[in-house]
Design a protein. Structure first.
Length: 135
């Protein structure tokens, strides 16, 4: 419920309140050692930081999420994390890291036949090539 309230605030672009409810949700999820929802909450917190252009904070929470997901071997969520990492590194003008994660996301999305993630990862591969050729 707390997580859903955070989502509502995020949709309303009240990122301070969204983050507040995500952190409340994370506290409970961490206390009960929920390996399913904790990464999802961490991803949402990272997204708030990305939107706020606090890229280092966003990377911190995504990396925490990635470490949990790698243990659970949830490839679908891992793929989304890779694509989000690619996005943040692109925003930070770090083309090498952005491309690295875009390609990892693409490989997993192809393996899992996830059309949305295939498109999203190809998007980041494409814009990285475009940026490389423009500069």
């Amino acid at each position: 419920l707390l997580y859903n309230i955070g989502d509502i605030y995020k949709e309303q672009e009240d990122y301070v309140k969204a983050k507040e409810f995500y952190f409340k949700s994370l506290k409970i999820s961490s206390e009960i050692q929920d390996q399913t929802y904790t990464p999802i909450i961490l991803n949402s917190i990272a997204d708030i930081y990305r939107i706020s252009k606090k890229f280092e904070d966003a990377l911190f929470y995504l990396q925490k999420s990635k470490s949990i997901i790698e243990k659970t071997k949830n490839e679908e969520t891992l793929c989304h994390i890779y694509i989000e990492l690619s996005s943040i590194y692109f925003d930070k003008n770090n083309a090498d890291s952005s491309m690295y994660y875009a390609k990892k996301g693409y490989a997993l999305s192809q393996k899992n036949e996830d059309a949305y993630s295939i498109c999203k990862s190809q998007h980041f591969i494409g814009i990285n090539y475009l940026e490389e050729n423009i500069n």
